[in-house]
Design a protein around this ligand. Structure first.
Ligand SMILES: [Zn+2]
Length: 58
């Protein structure tokens, strides 16, 4: 089971992994900015898209 937190603007995955991390930590490590579309991400406005992804990346 993989969790994914994605930018709500472009859908780019900001984090994916086996552990569900706090959205604040994920946004912080991303610099509160989407690495793909450049959208500013804030905890107040950012709706975190947490997905449970079936399958494997390997
Ligand atoms: Zn984005």
């Amino acid at each position: 089971m993989t969790y994914e937190i994605a930018c709500m603007a472009c859908g780019t995955s900001l984090y994916s992994g086996f552990d569900l991390r706090p959205p604040g930590d994920v946004l912080k490590s991303a610099g509160f900015r989407c690495k793909s579309c450049g959208a500013k991400l804030s905890l107040e406005k950012f709706k975190v898209d947490v997905r449970k992804v079936d399958g494997s990346y390997s």
